[in-house]
Design a protein. Structure first.
Length: 160
């Protein structure tokens, strides 16, 4: 059996204008959203980068186009689903994935189960194959100063 591993990371600053904070397609209320060309969903972006990287297909920006006008405000979970389809077209399926969201604020613990459910449904795997965790930087660096949020993702894909 052929397996490949990919990793992805994404970071976005908080937006100066009001917009919803979306993480793994889940709206986290009571806080500023992230700034970006699409909906700036760092979880979806990191997983997409990891999937594309596992098959040496580039990253989100090179695959979908950076600042492509028709992707302004795009739903990043739709882009993730498109990446999963590309993985399938190359004869692979997602085995499992692991993500760590790095945010000083907001506290994300209560949102993690919904994020896990949303990612599992989008990627087409059981929830037991999806791990989403959250941590802080203990007030160090730009994330610790609450300037933005980052996510690191690792995925395993296996030949079908």
């Amino acid at each position: 059996m052929t397996v490949r591993i990919g990793s992805g990371i994404d970071v976005h600053p908080f937006a100066p204008d009001p917009r919803p904070l979306l993480l793994a397609g889940v709206e986290v209320s009571g806080t500023a959203g992230l700034d970006g060309h699409s909906d700036a969903d760092v979880v979806a972006h990191a997983i997409t980068d990891a999937l594309l990287g596992a098959l040496a297909l580039g990253d989100l920006g090179s695959f979908f186009g950076v600042d492509t006008p028709d992707l302004r405000g795009a739903d990043s979970m739709v882009l993730l689903a498109r990446a999963v389809a590309v993985v399938a077209d190359h004869g692979f399926a997602v085995g499992n994935l692991d993500c760590t969201v790095i945010a000083q604020q907001p506290r994300l613990g209560r949102h993690l189960p919904a994020m896990r459910t949303a990612v599992a449904a989008t990627v087409g795997v059981a929830e037991s194959a999806v791990s989403i965790k959250a941590t802080t930087t203990d007030r160090l660096g730009s994330i610790g100063r609450v300037e933005g949020i980052a996510c690191w993702a690792t995925v395993l894909v296996a030949a079908t």
